[in-house]
Design a protein around this ligand. Structure first.
Ligand SMILES: [Zn+2]
Length: 438
């Protein structure tokens, strides 16, 4: 650091407040330029995402930050540190959005990073190592890409986490182009990820990863805390395309005990899973459960038919991998038992299990200390939704997240984050990045 001593907490707070006009301008330009009449649309590898990248690059250039891009099109904005060879602190989030999304989900994290960098410049701080803000591509790719893919395509590409063939099996929902074609047509280089065996990012160039994000649930808002320190990101057990097969028959003529009713069998399984979820929580374990798809075949269903088929999906999430593994065994066993007793077949097809990501306890403890010093009221909170931070964690890069209070959930135009809360989270971020090396 080129100052004699580290700034005190009040200096961090003042410098972030003085840099807030940068954030305010970016939020309003971003909203204006990616508005779609309902909310904002910044499709992965699409026009809105590119507009966001261009705006951030322009802002970073005017702050004299170093600009770089990787072969997947992720954007890097670096405040140089004293030791340029040391692995850097990374601050990242995504710049894409869902269709008709809100202005803050994703963008807030990147804008917080750049605002924190501007505050450090204002304080005359040269950090011990580089501080790089990363604008990540295609985090919302579940909206924009169908086919066989594992999500978070921008970060997973550069962390070396793409599955073999995923560049070709992820298909853009509107254009039908593969992920590789989308990358190349946007001016990047998908061949890097086929030809290079060395991941672009890893523990040798990233010392730790921080992500600020709006909370996507109501907890901070209801409990009255502006900031959350995220303890972990829930993993999930999913059956995306389960199908129960029974037997279509007359709804009046066939005795109840002789029916092979696909709806009742599937309902029994789903309610059974809800009871498991309730009892897990009663025992102090973390678990949430949703059956977000549940439908009969509209070509065959009728009010006067016993239903012969149901398509359904479920999503079980927990911070505890053991819970997900136990549920995988449980649901498999119960599907077989219910199917046998009712004379139906409950086919779960392929289930996928994504491991929960635990946030780095050292970083969390450091951030709690920062929040106390900066006089920011906070609570510890798990993240129910997935984030790029989990992918950094998965390759052995310690990761941490800051949540900002937000009303009305996310992925909709009614996201409501107060800029005062955002400024508090950004103060904590700036303090954390500098003081970790002090
Ligand atoms: Zn997000």
């Amino acid at each position: 650091m080129n100052r004699r001593s580290a700034p005190n907490p009040a200096e961090f707070s003042d410098a972030v407040d003085a840099s807030m006009p940068i954030a305010e301008r970016l939020f309003s330009e971003l909203e204006e330029k990616t508005a779609d009449g309902v909310g904002v649309t910044r499709g992965s590898y699409g026009e809105g995402e590119q507009i966001a990248h261009d705006l951030l690059e322009e802002a970073a250039t005017s702050l004299d930050l170093e600009i770089d891009k990787d072969p997947a099109g992720n954007l890097y904005m670096t405040l140089p540190g004293e030791n340029r060879e040391a692995p850097a602190w990374f601050v990242g989030s995504h710049l894409d959005s869902v269709y008709h999304g809100g202005n803050y989900d994703g963008a807030a994290g990147v804008i917080a990073g750049v605002t924190a960098q501007a505050a450090l410049q204002r304080l005359g701080v040269t950090p011990q190592r580089d501080i790089t803000v990363m604008g990540i591509r295609a985090e919302e790719c579940s909206t924009w890409f169908v086919g066989h893919h594992g999500g978070h395509l921008g970060s997973r590409a550069v962390l070396g986490l793409l599955w073999p063939g995923e560049m070709e099996s992820a298909i853009h929902v509107h254009t039908g182009r593969t992920l590789a074609q989308c990358m190349d047509e946007a001016g990047f280089d998908s061949s890097y990820f086929r030809e290079s065996s060395r991941p672009y990012l890893g523990p040798d160039n990233v010392k730790g990863y921080f992500e600020l994000h709006i909370e996507q649930g109501p907890v901070l808002h209801c409990k009255g805390f502006p900031v959350g320190i995220v303890t972990g990101i829930r993993g999930c057990l999913r059956a995306r395309s389960a199908r129960t097969t029974g037997f279509y028959t007359h709804s009046g003529a066939v005795p109840q005990e002789m029916r092979q009713d696909a709806v009742l069998g599937t309902a029994e399984l789903v309610l059974d899973l809800e009871r498991q979820c309730d009892s897990a929580r009663a025992n102090g374990r973390d678990m949430v459960f949703t059956a977000g798809k549940f439908f009969t075949d509209s070509d065959h269903h009728s009010i006067v038919k016993v239903p012969g088929s149901v398509d359904f999906a479920f999503d079980i999430r927990s911070q505890d991998r053991a819970v997900l593994e136990e549920m995988q065994d449980y649901v498999t066993r119960r599907a077989a038992e219910i199917g046998e007793r009712r004379g139906i077949e409950i086919g779960l097809n392929e289930m996928s299990l994504v491991t929960p990501a635990v946030m780095d306890e050292g970083f969390c403890a450091h951030m709690r200390q920062g929040a106390e010093l900066l006089d920011i009221s906070y609570m510890d909170i798990p993240s129910g939704a997935g984030h790029d931070a989990a992918d950094f964690h998965d390759v052995g890069i310690p990761a941490a997240m800051i949540f900002i209070r937000n009303d009305h959930g996310s992925h909709n135009p009614d996201e409501a984050m107060e800029l005062e809360d955002f400024a508090l989270g950004t103060r904590l971020l700036a303090w954390t990045l500098v003081m970790l090396d002090e």
